[in-house]
Design a protein around this ligand. Structure first.
Ligand code: DLL
Length: 433
């Protein structure tokens, strides 16, 4: 299969590392000149660009966290004047301060190139008809995919997510050959297609490029079987660029990281120590070509393992294993990032509820469902049904207005939520991914 950028995707390690060091030094200089946050952090550590002589010097640099981005909301970490920023995206589902990311024209071009690599990894090329069912909007999925698919010369259908019956009618009428969306939505599409009597397995659909939420290899096999396609996993996050950080190739054995633009590390989430290849830990990325929002050692909170061995596809880049979990308790519900603490603070603001709650996540008909179970006092519990229903509606409404997702609320009697002697188990995730 085609490698989009033979030169950079199959570079030998020594040349690649030289390039990375040079680009990292440029990034550090750019940050020192333009971003007071990094200027202070680097000066406190007494680090300058010249101190980075090899990749192992990365550990001299400070980490960056989501909180740092929030503290500098909205534009505080941008490294260019706002007039150079041509696109603004924002990450999903956070209350109060979402994280805001900005792209210069050069960043958009880099992103497009990386998405073209991603498309080629997934087998998509000129002549393909791409049904892009990732959401368009502040989420980076829709537009990120869109630009990459156009770049490889495919015909893009910018349908965005939702309206599943229409997706299927259009897939049949327009002859889509590639589908892009979250893996759970792909399964849902397969189910609705079956209900509509559309034989998706024998349709023109050949390729699937899926990501933005955790899924397993078993789920991949199921999707491939139901849709009659080859499905690959793509990974990315808004803070680093969006999709286009790493992509599986047709070998389906780990995701190639686009290392000429992002330097990966695996660290021990407790100590921050670099764990090297072959060990499970928290993924950290440093951007080395972005100009709008360059970021040093961003702690993704995603858990993975890095592998250095060369892939049989010919690409030489380091591969990451599919994400196996999160360091924090962030849940991804229908593509929206949800922290249990956000729900907790909403519940605590409502006087009728007790601070004992549990979040139960299930997957029904391939769609994530979140049930919020919360204890109420004896007095309220024995109240009229009408009052209870109105309380349920109130909680539902509060959560929907803050998180933008609809949840099922279940009021339960006092002392029914299991108590714990150690950490409370706030989340019961019954999804079998
Ligand atoms: O989800 C970017 C993206 C769009 C990736 C389309 C792939 C496809 P955010 O909304 O900022 O960006 O969410 C980033 O989603 O830290 C992971 O926890 C999770 N995530 C993304 N891709 C995968 C994946 C986009 N392939 C957060 N497997 C990340 C597991 C994923 N988790």
């Amino acid at each position: 299969m085609l490698i989009w950028n033979q030169k950079y995707e199959s570079m030998d390690r020594q040349n690649l590392e030289e390039l990375q060091v040079k680009r990292l030094q440029e990034t550090i200089n750019r940050l020192i000149e333009n971003v007071p946050f990094y200027q202070q952090k680097l000066s406190a550590l007494d680090v300058q660009a010249e101190d980075i002589k090899s990749i192992s010097d990365l550990s001299k640099l400070p980490f960056t966290t989501k909180e740092d981005l929030r503290d500098n909301y909205p534009y505080g970490l941008f490294a260019t004047p706002l007039k150079e920023i041509v696109r603004i995206h924002s990450s999903s589902g956070t209350t109060g301060q979402p994280t805001v990311v900005g792209y210069t024209q050069d960043d958009i071009e880099i992103w497009t190139e990386l998405m073209a690599r991603t498309m080629s990894c997934g087998g998509v090329s000129k002549g393909d008809i791409v049904q892009n069912a990732f959401g368009y909007g502040l989420f980076t999925g829709g537009l990120g995919i869109h630009y990459g698919a156009e770049k490889v010369g495919a015909s893009v259908i910018p349908i965005s997510g939702g309206n599943t019956k229409r997706q299927i009618r259009l897939m049949e009428d327009f002859g889509s050959t590639a589908l892009m969306c979250t893996p759970s939505y792909a399964l849902y599409i397969a189910e609705v297609a079956a209900e509509m009597g559309f034989d998706i397995k024998n349709s023109k659909l050949e390729y699937g490029i899926f990501g933005a939420e955790p899924w397993s290899d078993n789920m991949r096999r199921e999707i491939e079987e139901l849709l009659g396609i080859t499905a690959i996993d793509i990974y990315g996050l808004s803070e680093i660029i969006g999709p286009g950080v790493a992509s599986e190739c047709e070998v389906q054995d780990g995701l190639h990281i686009f290392e000429d633009h992002f330097i990966p590390e695996i660290i021990d989430p407790e100590t921050g120590e670099n764990l090297g290849y072959g060990t499970k830990g928290e993924l950290v990325f440093t951007t080395i070509t972005k100009t709008g929002l360059p970021i040093l050692r961003y702690r993704t909170k995603d858990i993975s393992v890095l592998h250095q061995e060369k892939c049989s596809c010919g690409r030489t880049s380091v591969r990451m294993e599919r994400i196996s979990g999160r360091v924090d308790d962030m849940l991804i519900i229908r593509g929206v990032n949800v922290f249990p603490s956000q729900i907790e603070s909403i519940l605590l603001d409502i006087s009728e509820t007790k601070p004992h709650y549990q979040l139960v996540v299930e997957r029904e008909d391939s769609l994530d469902q979140l049930e919020v179970q919360v204890e109420i006092s004896e007095a309220i519990f024995s109240d009229e049904v009408r009052r209870l229903e109105s309380l349920e509606r109130k909680i539902h409404g509060e959560i929907e207005s803050v998180l933008g997702i609809s949840v099922n609320v279940k009021l339960v009697e006092p002392h029914t939520i299991p108590r714990s002697e150690g950490k409370a188990q706030r989340v019961v995730d019954k999804r079998e991914l």
